[in-house]
Design a protein around this ligand. Structure first.
Ligand code: GS8
Length: 220
């Protein structure tokens, strides 16, 4: 039996955040347990005991159950700190580790709230049988552009968000940006040279390439 169980789906952004982290840490002993969203399995008691908010992913590690993808990745990066990529600057100093946390917060509180509604309207709404709301997309494209202007400036100074090394702060951006690049709004990234170079760098790493092969809306 696998040591770790990830409850989620290969097409889900928040699940793939966790899966990419596992691959980046070279952790093979895990099992992906599918959750049938279309049958509302995530809103029923067995899954709600793992995440009372009824959303994927959740992680089970023995008697420990976690939800919130970014908390799960941080747990994995800590637990396997001596394996794979050093995602939290354990090898660096306290200041470097603090800057990783700053940019993880930026992703969570600035980047994600703008990009998530674009992806939801573009890909998820049609799957749920509703028409995408262009006014929501437009408002968030504007908001997201302003966030990216700050990224463009930041990435003019450092190769990655937290410094000249790839960390969990970069990794957290991968799933939603991957889907954005499949929409006409990819120009938001492509028109900003530093952001574009950063995106091309982080999305071509073997851990994410492996995970993204299975990221197809409506196919799982
Ligand atoms: C968000 C989880 C989430 O949005 C996290 O884990 O980071 N802050 C949480 N999960 C979505 C799928 S994301 O691909 C989900 O479960 N949606 C179904 C629903 O809300 O009913």
């Amino acid at each position: 039996m696998a040591a770790l169980k990830v409850y989620g789906l290969p097409m889900s952004t928040c699940t793939t955040r966790v899966l990419t982290c596992l691959h980046e840490k070279q952790v093979d002993e895990f099992e992906l347990v599918p959750v049938d969203l279309f049958a509302s399995e995530h809103k029923q008691p067995p899954f709600l005991s793992k995440n009372p908010f009824g959303q994927i992913p959740a992680l089970q590690d023995g008697d420990l159950t976690l939800f919130e993808s970014r908390a799960i990745t941080q747990y994995i990066a800590e637990k396997y700190k001596d394996k794979g990529t050093d995602l939290l600057r354990h090898q660096g100093d306290l200041k470097e580790a603090a800057i990783v946390k700053v940019w993880m917060e930026v992703e969570s509180h600035r980047y994600n709230p703008a990009i998530q509604p674009i992806i939801y309207q573009f890909f998820v709404a049609p799957l749920c049988g509703t028409t995408p709301d262009q006014s929501i997309i437009d408002a968030n494209v504007e908001k997201f552009g302003k966030v990216l202007d700050i990224y463009e400036e930041r990435l003019g100074n450092t190769k990655y968000l937290a410094g000249d090394y790839y960390t969990l702060a970069d990794l957290h951006h991968l799933p939603y940006t991957y889907y954005l690049m499949k929409t006409p709004y990819a120009t938001l990234i492509e028109s900003r040279p530093k952001v574009k170079a950063w995106w091309e760098g982080i999305s071509s790493g073997p851990a994410f390439v492996k995970v993204s092969e299975h990221m197809k809306f409506g196919e799982n």
